[in-house]
Design a protein around this ligand. Structure first.
Ligand code: MG
Length: 400
């Protein structure tokens, strides 16, 4: 096979549904041959664009597209400081694009390059939200009718919003939540849903780092009777040593990792069997190259995958998730936020969901493209995202 080199690298910014998405396009010396990768860090999209175009591009132009491992490692160490979300996302954009190119050159979908399918489709979970327990129940039923068998239940977004706040004078504006009100509401929610719907559907819940560690221990214990498929992000990355305490006290399956960027965060949790599902945001750890190794590490310790799949992953990133899902034996479940009309138009070839399973297509590479003209119709906006300015009732800034 003739040598093909990287000719150009460009970042495409687009927000078809109001969420800033970052896509990297790697163009090659072979006319018409290019690859796409997801580098989405919604809240710092301009920093990622700069990392790709001002730093990685000049380092990579002229390099052989075949050498994905070498390119990944050299990009990671070339800045000396490494393992941060901006650089990891930038490298992911290039990494996924190189896998896309390798698949196109081989005439095979990426899942074939990774070992081939061990399942035809990947089970997904949807988000059932509601202002009260009845609305959540209605939304769970709606998803069940559509064929979904895994459903995440949340009360009022990530919960803890209270009607009347008792805050000190001059408390600053923000997205306020009350961790105690939140912690008490969740067992009531699951008591209601299980009593009305039974145990035929798998239920999940995301704590979203809203609790002090000891409160997270108490919540996990309180949720044990409701047989969750998993409890997500019970602790923030800064407090992962507390997982052992939860583990020692209850058998609630634990999912963790959407904020992880450094191997030192996930390795001890996996090797000590302190979690059941790894939930990393694949672009935030550097792309398909580290994700396939992470999946293999998890397999050895009985941990399953549940890659982060919210709206702030581009359809290119969703495609990468799904290619991994169908070929990892230790796949658990895939979060699915849905691909709405404007997204599907900008990203032809997006993965499709039917009856609760998501399917990759069988085109070579990641099987997804971007319509740059349509993408340009939806410019990204550099603004502070309201929910990220979280505060507790006394006005303290906390994790959102
Ligand atoms: Mg989450």
């Amino acid at each position: 096979m003739a040598k093909v080199t990287i000719r150009d690298i460009r970042v495409i910014l687009t927000a078809p549904v109001g969420i800033n998405l970052v896509v990297v396009k790697v163009e090659t010396s072979e006319p018409g041959l290019y690859g796409l990768g997801c580098a989405t860090f919604t809240q710092r999209f301009l920093a990622v664009k700069s990392a790709v175009e001002d730093y990685l591009k000049s380092f990579l132009v002229g390099k052989d597209v075949d050498n994905i491992e070498d390119i990944w490692h050299s990009c990671m160490v070339n800045s000396y400081w490494r393992n941060g979300p901006v650089l990891n996302n930038a490298i992911s954009g290039v990494d996924m694009a190189l896998w896309d190119i390798k698949g196109k050159r081989a005439g095979m979908p990426v899942y074939q390059l990774l070992g081939g399918k061990c399942r035809e489709g990947a089970a997904v979970y949807r988000h059932a939200d509601g202002r009260d327990v009845h609305e959540v129940e209605d939304n769970v039923r709606k998803y069940m009718e559509q064929g979904y068998r895994y459903i995440r239940c949340q009360l009022g977004g990530y919960g803890g919003r209270v009607q009347k706040l008792s805050s000190p004078e001059n408390a600053p504006p923000g997205a306020y939540y009350d961790p105690d009100a939140y912690a008490m509401s969740v067992p009531k929610l699951f008591d209601h849903v299980r009593s009305k719907i039974g145990f035929e559907v798998e239920l999940l819940h995301d704590v979203h780092e809203r609790l002090q560690p000891i409160e997270a221990v108490r919540l996990a214990k309180n949720l044990e009777p409701y047989r969750l498929f998993f409890l997500e992000d019970a602790l923030p990355p800064e407090q992962i040593s507390w997982f052992e305490t939860i583990r020692n006290q209850c058998a609630v399956p634990l999912a963790m990792g959407e904020l992880f960027v450094h191997p030192c965060e996930w390795t001890p949790l996996i090797a000590n069997r302190l979690i059941d599902f790894i939930r990393v945001h694949i672009s935030a750890i550097g792309g398909i190259t580290p994700a396939r190794k992470l999946a293999a590490l998890c397999e050895a310790f009985g941990v399953r995958t549940a890659w982060h799949g919210p709206g702030d992953v581009s359809p290119v990133g969703h495609a990468a998730n799904v290619h991994l899902d169908v070929c990892c034996p230790n796949f658990g479940v895939q979060e699915w936020s849905g691909i709405s009309e404007p997204l599907a138009e900008v990203f032809p070839g997006s993965p499709e969901v039917r009856n609760g399973y998501v399917y990759p297509n069988d085109k070579p590479g990641l099987g997804i493209d971007i319509d740059e003209e349509k993408a340009a119709k939806y410019p990204c906006e550099n603004r502070v995202i309201k929910w990220t300015v979280a505060r507790t009732p006394d006005g303290t800034s906390v994790k959102p």
